[in-house]
Design a protein around this ligand. Sequence first.
Ligand SMILES: [Zn+2]
Length: 233
Amino acid sequence: MTDSKAADCTHALGIPFMYDRINELGVPYDNPNWRARCSKRFYETLLQLGKYLKECGILPLDGNKAVLTGGCYVDKPGQHGKGNACDFDGFLTMDDEVILYKDGIKHEVEGYRIRSMSRKLASRIACAISLHAGVVITEHYNSRHEDHIHFDIGREVKWHGGRSRSQNVVTQAALKLWHDKSVKIDGKIGSQTRNAMMVCLGKPSSDNWKITNSRWKTFLDKVAGNKLKESTG
Ligand SMILES: [Zn+2]
């Protein structure tokens, strides 16, 4: 990504990004000189996502001071190198509590209280992001993403018909958390996943019911907005 194409997206979500990965010098969280940068296209994604997170009541949460990140544009191959990706690590609250996606070894810092966010909140965030970025990789995809959510715009935002394992596990994790503990997060969309979503959306039982793009988006919107309990009674 050339500098002329880069946008400073430090404030694109409405709450500033703060770099939270510890470097070789052990310098963590609050490096005031650090700026998040991304492509202009990804900047638009972050703007829309920030608005949506606010609508859903996810941001600001407990008075967030910052969204903790491993960066957007990062000088490496893939979507980060194009400025089209972001790593979401967690939040920093106004009273300096660090709420991580999941507690990780790299985040031991003096002066900060650290905890992991609830899996329900983590899932709401993953669903909210899935409505804005076509690739969302979470703890359920592989061990490299146990402590952060990677998202990028390398694919279109749509239901991929069960062919995207990263998307399938985000969907199954949400169904498991909100609806039925027995839903397996195995990345394979079968009758159990379909039936669970059908019930969540209040549809009458049918053998031919399929997850479509619009049904999937409705489901994600319900999870992100914490509205699922109301609809299922
Ligand atoms: Zn990433």
